[in-house]
Design a protein. Sequence first.
Length: 325
Amino acid sequence: MKTRSFFTLAMCMAFAVVGWSCGDSEESSTTVEVSGITLDKETASVEIESTVVFKAILEPKDAKGEIKWNSSNSAVAVVNQGVVTGISAGKATIAATCGAYSATCAVTVISKAVDASKYPSLQGSNYYVIQLGESARAAIAGKMVIDLGPDDVNKFNYVWPDSGNSFVGGPAPDGQNCYGQYEGWISYMVGALGWSGGGYTISAGFGNIDMTDLFNHVNDYVFHIALKAKHDKPFMFTFNDETAEAKLVIGSTPFDDNGKSYQPYTNFTRNGEWHEIEIPVSALNALGVFYRNPFQNKTVFAYLAGGAAGTTLEYDAVFFYKPQK
């Protein structure tokens, strides 16, 4: 009798244990369905080569699911498990998706601030800017006298002729400009017309172009341009102050302009790297351009790369300024 009672008690305890275990297993296997997803940021900005972290939040709070990340423009920003890295200046939309639900954030990638202490050409004063990247412009903020850079209103960069085919699309700017920024630069390739040219034209709507300080303090000013190339073809750059035009050649050989030969003023190493070139304004005086008076409605700066199809012209940071002494 005692034995049977013990056996019955043991069986009851076993059933109780089994029943409790099954109940626990059923509870742990319950899945909370995802009903939405949000991001912890609606907008964000990040510098090139820097990162910003996004957190995706599933709804309800106990929901679980696989989150997939995507960038609308991987040339501007990429994302990996919520970590966004800036690639180049611009805008991209970052999306987090879980099943049928998604959330997005607008990301603006900005260039790194230029360390002007590394570049003497950004440590001067009295800048007359023709072409310059945004970060370098910020570095000389407050020191710009005239901005002649294109705005497609009164200031233009025209490729000649009007059809614009003396130059065709050059190599896509890939990498750093002359100040180490991923902002691009001007890149052309000579087309099949047998000649090439373009220039920065300032229309009458801009008003007076007053560069007379270059005349009054000629020994204080230089013209600056950064160039890079792997070929040995010469370039010609022209300057106009309304009363005269100066033609200056950069290369190792003369430049033929419509049958007339012009000797080179200087050259640079053709190794595909950026080289900053500075030319005293007094050298332009010797060619007849003085900037003695204000003027209007002129092509203040022009560029030519000859007639050999395929010749590239890549330049950056075009301006007059007073170097620091």
